[in-house]
Design a protein around this ligand. Structure first.
Ligand code: ADP
Length: 164
């Protein structure tokens, strides 16, 4: 039955999606029936790509993954997760430096919605120093980001920064 589907929400900025994010998405897809990758419409953060661009890049980069759906949300994550019928939230943990903020947010979300579980997945080691911010910096300075991002993102970064 529809309601028996195990859904998870993977929220983030995804500005833009990297191979590290894709690693987490793929791992989540082995555990859940549906992975909802949710782009936060966050007005306070200065983004390189618009929400629609980020969603389109995610769609193109996950087109081969049947269980993945791309969405966006505004406001409280716990409300969005509930609306979507998700039983859990997944976040990626790269290093100890991610831990404090993630731990705080997971506990706050639990206070807001005790039935929503937060799960942390570790990416492959080679992605542990990878972030959207680092990718943007390298691309802007004309460096090679091909090993770090899916093909559609590589193309969009080249367009944004006017390089090949
Ligand atoms: P946010 O602004 O919510 O941190 P991000 O797009 O930067 O959005 O990250 C979304 C989630 O993906 C976070 O849980 C972050 O820790 C995780 N993440 C980001 N990059 C990687 C990576 N290289 N490997 C694993 N997880 C990652």
């Amino acid at each position: 039955m529809h309601s028996a589907l195990k859904r998870v929400v993977y929220p983030g900025s995804f500005d833009p999606v990297t191979n590290g994010h894709l690693d987490v998405i793929q791992r989540a897809a082995t555990i859940f029936d549906e992975v909802i990758v949710a782009v936060a419409r966050n007005a306070e953060k200065r983004a390189l790509f618009s929400t629609e661009e980020r969603m389109e890049l995610l769609r193109q980069s996950t087109a081969h993954l049947e269980k993945v759906r791309v969405a966006s949300f505004q406001g409280l994550l716990v409300n969005f997760a509930k609306e979507q019928g998700a039983s859990a939230v997944v976040r990626g943990l790269r290093a100890i430096s991610d831990f404090e903020f993630e731990f705080q947010m997971a506990l706050m979300n639990r206070k807001l919605e005790p039935t929503l579980e937060t799960l942390f997945l570790m990416p492959r080691e080679e992605y542990t120093s990878l972030s959207s911010r680092v990718v943007k910096e390298i691309a802007q300075l004309g460096g090679q980001v091909a090993p770090f991002v899916p093909a559609p993102v590589l193309e969009s970064l080249a367009k944004k920064f006017g390089s090949a």
